[in-house]
Ligand binder design. Structure first.
Ligand code: AMP
Length: 224
């Protein structure tokens, strides 16, 4: 059965870190819609020009654009053994469109990472990412000035949307538009939620256990 995973959870829950870890371990692509948009902003493409101001306000890029990006990405050959979507879907219309894209494929495994708001603000205000490759600094290393990326040696910077004002806007956007996905997916046999307020190794172990448990319940080739 293909490992078709989506990661749900608020900004700062650790979706990116966990998705990257799991994707590397399993040899499946991690598809981060945030990374795709940041690359477009950096490259100055038409998409990047449209997305920049929206991202800086902590709001969401339109469903139409995001669904188009993901539809095209999931049509590529490298997702045959599975994929891990990080940051998509973020709205109910995106989730409904994804169900359409997934018709006839192995079911989606839906993983929610749960973390309280106070902890999210703390993590987001202290995190830094590599300017070159996008890797997050471990929270405990993030505040060290002049620190370099452990993966590629690039400069560590704060994300443009990790200022307190934008973080508050992003958390509001999450509550309004994305949290309803917990209800949308919650009743499916392939849905699991894990406690994200634990050390990253423990979160990773819980996610692996959750994936193993739902893989046993999921019928191959059918829609969950
Ligand atoms: P992320 O790196 O997932 O936190 O995404 C950064 C920003 O990109 C978000 O705050 C949104 O502005 C935008 N974005 C990423 N994914 C989506 C999506 N699926 N739908 C709409 N906007 C998105």
């Amino acid at each position: 059965m293909a490992l078709n995973l989506i990661m749900l959870g608020p900004p700062g829950a650790g979706k990116g870190t966990q998705a990257e870890r799991f994707a590397t371990a399993k040899g499946i692509p991690r598809i981060s819609t945030g990374d795709i948009l940041r690359e477009a902003v950096q490259a100055g493409t038409e998409l990047g020009k449209r997305a920049k101001a929206i991202m800086e306000r902590g709001e969401l890029v339109s469903d139409e654009i995001m669904i188009g990006i993901v539809r095209e990405r999931l049509a590529r050959d490298d997702v045959r053994a599975g994929f891990i979507l990080d940051g998509f879907p973020r709205t109910v219309p995106q989730a409904k469109a994804l169900d359409g894209i997934m018709a006839g494929r192995d079911p989606l495994i839906v993983l929610n990472i749960d973390v309280a708001d106070e902890e999210l603000v703390r993590r987001l205000t202290t995190r830094m990412i590599c300017k070159e490759c996008g890797t997050n600094a471990a929270v405990e290393d993030a505040a060290v000035p002049g620190s370099r990326c452990k993966k590629c040696g690039g400069a560590m910077v704060q994300r443009a949307d990790d200022s307190v004002a934008v973080i508050i806007a992003r958390l509001k956007t999450y509550q309004r538009d994305t949290k309803p996905l917990v209800n949308f997916y919650g009743a499916r046999p392939t849905y699991r939620s894990v406690n994200g307020a634990q050390p990253p190794d423990q979160v990773a172990a819980d996610l692996i256990a959750a994936i193993a448990a739902v893989s046993k319940t999921a019928p191959s080739g059918a829609h969950a």
